[in-house]
Design a protein around this ligand. Sequence first.
Ligand code: TA6
Length: 290
Amino acid sequence: MSIIKQILDSYATGSSLSLSVHQNIFGELPVLVIKHPTCSAAVSLQGAHLLFWQPSTETTPVIWLSQKANFKKEMAIRGGVPICWPWFGKLGDPMHGFARLVEWQLDSCKEDNNGVDLTLSLTNNQQTERFFTKPFQAWLTIHVGQTCEVTLSCQGDFEATSALHTYFGINNIDNVTVKGLGDLYQDRLPVENKPAILGQLTFNQEVDRVYTNADEAITIFDGKRTIKLTNINASDVVTWNPWIDKVKAMADFADQEYQSMVCVETCRINKPLKLSTTQKSVYGFKIEVI
Ligand code: TA6
């Protein structure tokens, strides 16, 4: 049975937070399962991690979750929207920061005809202080309905790099074109891997790039549907597909799954978030099928 179906099935025995949101434990982790007339989705409290999202007009998830994703304490979840914060990649240890490894608190859960709105928060505590000693507060808002909107806000007295590391569900990587990325990028791989057409990205090998001058609106066309990603207050967009060999070496990826996902990530890397203790630094995205 697909992992998404298993998570959705856990709705039946979960405790009700509102008409369309039930909380249950999946693996080792508390998960909010959403079955709303506009969409189905789920959020793990560990990482404030949106696990998948499928508008009711779609037959497959727009935000993708690996069949082999781990649901274990302090382990990153493969798929969905991992929150990489307060550093991206190997700018610190652990990789991609600690926000995705620790449990966030659910502050509010509301719903109406348009969908479900959640706010989660994280404040420095004993668990986070093992990774990072500075005081901070972070909030994540998630709206899921016919669209999916996520914002990350934070306060503190340091600079943070960050990514909303979204995994998109696609029909077949061979047919994918990502547009709106601009033509300036930093390659994160030591390979000759030029785009066929400037500003457009197609995939025939591993891709891992930081685009530094992307448009606000990016489209991902997979031969069947077009997903529009609108970034708000981001400075970079990372694109990633691990391709055949890397996926085989990753225990939380099934061998063929590189064909059905692509990461297009809303980031603050080259212009880090300059946190203050009095005002929130905010960035985020909106996703819709057009
Ligand atoms: O954002 C792209 C990237 O940094 C890749 O280099 C790749 O390794 C990926 O993220 C996944 O990282 P993770 O730590 O989740 O395995």
